[in-house]
Write a protein that binds this ligand. Sequence first.
Ligand SMILES: C[S@@+](CC[C@H](N)C(=O)[O-])C[C@H]1O[C@@H](n2cnc3c(N)ncnc32)[C@H](O)[C@@H]1O
Length: 213
Amino acid sequence: MKLRFFMEHENAKLVQLYLLQALLIISVLVLFFYSIGFVFYFAILAALIGFLSIAVLFHFLNLPFYILPKISGAVYVPTSEENVQTMVKLAKVKKGMRVIDLGSGDGRVVAAFADAGADAVGVELNPSMVEKAERLLAAQKIKNAKIVWQSLWDVDLGEYDVVTIYAVPSMMKALTKKFRAELRPGTRVISNHYPIPGWTIEAEKNQVFLYII
Ligand SMILES: C[S@@+](CC[C@H](N)C(=O)[O-])C[C@H]1O[C@@H](n2cnc3c(N)ncnc32)[C@H](O)[C@@H]1O
């Protein structure tokens, strides 16, 4: 991951989490090398080399170099092109509507909503995905959309007319709480693949579920 990314996508909280994670990995490696008989200073050196190797490997495999999404949200699984169009249809997008895709991945959902006239925002934790989505928006010359490097749990949803998400069942309890606390009456929530437990489905097509607050 390029240093430029962190400068262009300011998010002190996430940078701190990255540093904390790096520190944790290095500490575990130091302990490992020390426990198998390395002299302390060599254990530190070996740990640093090990850490850099892991980071480079993850970078070239285009894998998110953090554990955060695993514990705070879904890992990347793209919505099919057909379902992206279904989401746009169910949202009944009007020009200027504010739409947010929580965990925006490669940005196709954001691009489709912007294409339909919405002011679209994607929030995404994985820097590689943020960059990929930004490249997509630039390639399609989309102006009424942006991608924010942020955790979806830190976004205030109060200003949005449509909220879309491709979550996993383990997130639903916390998500429901967040939606209840922040969403305005009339907001359309579109949940991809998984229904929101206990909520009344307004419409459903091909496992895309629409709810109206
Ligand atoms: C199932 S994918 C959906 C991608 C895209 N919305 C789509 O439908 O094609 C979930 C995305 O959420 C991202 N993610 C996971 N946890 C997150 C969090 N706490 N905040 C923001 N994004 C998160 C993942 O990196 C991944 O790109």
